[in-house]
Design a protein around this ligand. Sequence first.
Ligand code: LFR
Length: 452
Amino acid sequence: MSPFVAAAVDLGASSGRVLRGEIGPDVLAAKVVHRFPNEPVEGPRLTWDLDGLWGGIQEGLQAAGAVQSIGVDSWGVDYGLLDERGALIAPPVHYRDNRTDGVMERVRASLGDAALYEQTGLQFMQFNTIYQLLAEDPELLERARTMLLIPDLIGHKLTGSIGAERTNVSTTQLYDQGTRSWATDLASSLGIPTGILPPLREPGDVLGTWQGARVTAVASHDTASAVVAVPAEGERFAYISCGTWSLVGVELASPVLTAESLAANFTNEVGVDGTIRFLRNVMGLWLLQECMRWWAPPLEWLLEQAAREPGGRFVVDAESEEFLAPGNMPERIQAYCARTGQPVPRTAAEITRCILDSLAVAHARNVRAASRLSGQPVDAVHIVGGGSQNALLCQLTADASGLPVLAGPVEATALGNLLVQARAAGVVESRQQGREFVRRTQELRRYTPRDS
Ligand code: LFR
């Protein structure tokens, strides 16, 4: 039987990629056929370069050749507004823009954390769509007829179809966990026009066709796709989707909406098959990526040097929003250490070690918290995504958590994207079978905790 062939479009921080995937009885392979920049455009606002991306996506899909299906994923929360003709009104704003500074605090003060959390189950992050819409230029919002999250916006460009894929909708803080639909009462109480919220669609729904290929909604929130490809056996596992962010959590059958999980700012985002991704956002390798803009040495060299540095001397809070915005990261890390009475890391190697130690501690803390808050036992931690290649970070995470770490696949998001397309086509039967497929075909590394 010839394998199922599909294209995965993955729009990530700094670059977008198109991968050509083959999925068959004994093969699960994805090859990057095109990579293009996805840098935010700096202006009065930090925005998406949608025209540039659209060019890159089309080139990528041409490079992928004949495929049966196409799926698009990207990070959560960001959106574009369309007018009555279906044209984009303004370039979508990037979530790291500071237009939402102070907005979340106002909403929390007026509605109360408990009410917001009980309804939406979402973490409080200042970039959530709800706050972005409230920070939106009122004139644009007035003209808007439809709001499309970024992967749905690309789906619209490919097929003309309008809809909102559920896993990504769950990142907006405008999703009601009880009714499993848009929280229209919440939106209208804040003055957000509910008419712009499109009908929900599910991972696996077909949007239409592009040049003969089906365009399939995948788990379009990149983290949801990554979780699809976690090569776990059974249920007693935690995952860390480790890239620009580290998303640390467990997979559950229903949301945890308790006062404790609210206090810990854990989020309940929706996964495939109605699962809940109960997780915490940790700053992730963004801390290092942003430092690299200030430094000359290559990453590999820095990681070698960092491995030789003594550990645990400097630790920053890798969950703190003070590290969210772009800007001089080495200085911000040094300032944090000075302010908290620690020695101050001076060299690039010391700062790198500080970042990796801080991430490992935050990983371990949140694996424990996810398990405690949800009651889900955890016997192993899966690290997937780009960070799974960082051997030092994986080992430090095993050490800090006291649990074995299984690292890989690196391309979890793209593989998860492809697996949902394959499932929609009937090539993969279930979530479990998809994971078994990943286990069998991908290179995974095991890190055993060392005694401290
Ligand atoms: C990771 C991610 C996270 C989300 C953040 C902003 O790429 O999608 O899950 O919290 O980006 O959307």
